[in-house]
Design a protein around this ligand. Structure first.
Ligand code: HEC
Ligand code: HEC
Ligand code: HEC
Ligand code: HEC
Length: 486
């Protein structure tokens, strides 16, 4: 008769056994506590060996196969993640993503998600949990993603709204050595408004876990929860569910400063748009609680070389997107020109139309980086990628703005109207066809920061950024001086 401890540790801290306790004494105590599953057959097997297990985890990649390259010194990208993971020691490991790997819910994001998952597969990821972004896709799209996914997708509480059944595997059990490790995925239903995809429902995490965990505990020696939720809720889950050995998050503002211990769980979390990798090394030993050997959050800084195979995936994505007709290519889908403070009646006419009356401003603009922003994308072969075009052209996404069919011919670059707004009315009125009633609104730093923010720009500072592109009213025709500042 073989005795198998149902859990690497008993479920109440009062009876937790010291790791050093002799196996016989430990078994005797466990037996009196009735905590053993007694299984028939398989006589005389030795107790399983301890295991050192490394968990690698990411979250919040949001489509970053490669960093966009908007300024030098950018961190992150799966290109760098691969380089770092490739250099890790081989050994027993699990590689997991906690959610929000996809960039968004547009058709091109879904195409890109194929390449992202290929990259995760190449990096030997074992499972990807679903985050809020993935759950913004309609149920039908998600079902399509499930078939043939190169990496298993997990979610225990994302349900089909009609049948109430989970769309993805609620959990998976992985074997490492003689150990069975369950990885369970959940997402917090709170905090993303009405963005849930059509045909989906999300159950409260607590309800799902109460139902599932006792069942999973019977099948696994270690339970790792991937929870797409905030710091406070990660702690609450640990308090509520003693079955959880490790909890990895999440929807957090900062990567974990240190490994936390709450109730019976070790807790860590990462975020930061693909710039951070979590690594937690555990010791699993029979009859002892799981212990942490070390814990680290690694920043994927700009000196880490980018992996060429992931770069090739990014290039293949851009190639495919160039050849694919997308929803943004259908003008009927686009909403009316929406630039705050500008009449809807105005349309984009292009910077060339401004040159005849604003010579000085035009000459200054032509010398600025804004005037070759599209060439920059062409050089990167990113000129058909909707994720890039928006800030490197005029009015992309509105009916009279840049369209991919223009293939660089018109409304390219950061033009006059990228900042001032559509100019058709202004041009018409000043050409004398109409009396001048329309006036462009005054601009300020906030108008620059719709493009100059986050990873897309060096930190924006008006006093540093305005002088290189300073321009204003035309000097009177008699004046000899160049354009005066506004
Ligand atoms: C949110 C707006 C925005 C998006 C989206 C965007 N860019 Fe940029 N990009 C900028 C801004 C702003 C700069 C200038 C940054 C600076 O000067 O610090 C820039 C600069 C660049 C540069 C550097 C130009 C130089 O001369 O050094 C490259 C290359 C670039 N972007 C490529 C891309 C690619 C590729 C994408 C799509 C993956 C993209 N950009 C998406 C706003 C954007
Ligand atoms: C037919 C001549 C003409 C054309 C073409 C023209 N403008 Fe003007 N614009 C003027 C005049 C005249 C003024 C008023 C005097 C001034 O501020 O220099 C003006 C003023 C402006 C102002 C100050 C705010 C306002 O509404 O008075 C901005 C900004 C401006 N123009 C931008 C543009 C842009 C952008 C374009 C191209 C889309 C453009 N202009 C095309 C003649 C023109
Ligand atoms: C529509 C998006 C967008 C807006 C709005 C925008 N920029 Fe930019 N900016 C860019 C892009 C893209 C680049 C990089 C161009 C390149 O080199 O390819 C850039 C580059 C720059 C540069 C570096 C290049 C140079 O010529 O020195 C400065 C400075 C700059 N922007 C200042 C500003 C200021 C000031 C504002 C607001 C008044 C502003 N930008 C608004 C997209 C934008
Ligand atoms: C990167 C953003 C940006 C671009 C591109 C840009 N402008 Fe401006 N423009 C500004 C800002 C900011 C001001 C100063 C604040 C204001 O007056 O609104 C300004 C001021 C002006 C003024 C004087 C406004 C006034 O009320 O006195 C005119 C005219 C003008 N721009 C025309 C142009 C023309 C023509 C082009 C293209 C050749 C152009 N701008 C490109 C941001 C931009």
């Amino acid at each position: 008769m073989r005795l198998v401890v149902s859990s690497p540790r008993p479920p109440f801290s009062a009876v937790r056994l010291p790791a050093s306790a002799g196996a016989t004494a430990a078994l005797a105590r466990l037996l009196t506590l009735g905590l053993l599953l007694i299984l028939p057959a398989g006589c005389g097997q030795p107790q399983r060996a301890p295991l050192d297990l490394t968990l690698y985890f990411t979250c919040d990649t949001r489509g970053r196969l490669v960093p966009c390259g908007c300024f030098t010194g950018q961190f992150g990208g799966l290109t760098r993640l691969k380089t770092v993971l490739d250099a890790e020691q081989p050994g027993d490991a699990l590689r997991l993503d906690v959610g929000d790997a996809i960039g968004g819910k547009e058709d091109y994001h879904v195409i890109e998600y194929d390449y992202l998952r290929r990259a995760y597969a190449d990096m030997q990821f074992d499972a990807l949990n679903l985050g809020h972004r993935e759950a913004e896709l309609p149920a039908a799209t998600l079902r399509g993603l499930k078939t043939n996914s190169p990496v298993p997708l997990l979610s225990a509480n994302l349900l089909d709204a009609v049948t109430g059944a989970p769309i993805f595997d609620p959990f998976r059990i992985f074997r490492r050595g003689a150990w069975r490790i369950a990885v369970v995925g959940v997402m917090d239903p709170r905090g993303w408004g009405d963005n849930l995809g059509a045909g989906l429902a999300v159950e409260k995490m607590e309800s799902t876990l109460s139902r599932l965990l006792p069942e999973i505990r019977k099948q696994a020696d270690l339970i790792v929860l991937l929870a797409f939720t905030d710091e406070a809720t990660l702690t609450k889950l640990a308090q509520e569910f003693y079955e959880l050995d490790v909890i990895l998050g999440g929807k957090v503002s900062q990567p974990a400063q240190k490994l936390e211990k709450e109730n019976r769980s070790l807790i860590s979390f990462v975020t930061n748009e693909s710039r951070a990798l979590g690594r937690l090394r555990l010791r699993l030993a029979p009859g002892a609680p799981v212990t942490s050997l070390d814990h680290e959050i690694r920043l994927l800084h700009d000196r880490i070389p980018e992996d060429p195979s992931v770069q090739a995936l990014a290039a293949a994505y851009r190639q495919q997107i160039r050849a694919t007709r997308l929803a943004v290519d259908s003008p009927e889908r686009l909403q009316a020109d929406r630039v705050p403070g500008v009449r809807v009646a105005a349309t984009f006419v292009g910077s060339e139309a401004c040159a005849e009356c604003h010579r000085t401003a035009t000459a200054l603009w032509k010398k600025s980086g804004h005037a070759h922003a599209f060439r920059t994308l062409v050089e990167k072969k990113a000129d058909a990628d909707p994720k890039c075009i928006g800030c490197h052209t005029v009015g992309f996404g509105s009916p009279s703005g840049y369209q991919r069919d223009f293939a660089g011919r018109q409304l390219t670059d950061v033009g006059c109207e990228s900042c001032h707004g559509p100019g058709s009315l202004h041009v018409k009125q000043h050409r004398g066809d109409l009396s001048v009633s329309f006036k462009f609104r005054p601009l300020g730093a906030g108008d620059c920061q719709k493009c100059h923010y986050g990873e897309f720009s060096r930190p924006f500072d008006w006093d540093q950024f305005w002088p290189p592109i300073r321009h204003g009213k035309e000097p009177p025709p008699t004046a000899q001086a160049p354009a005066s500042p506004p």
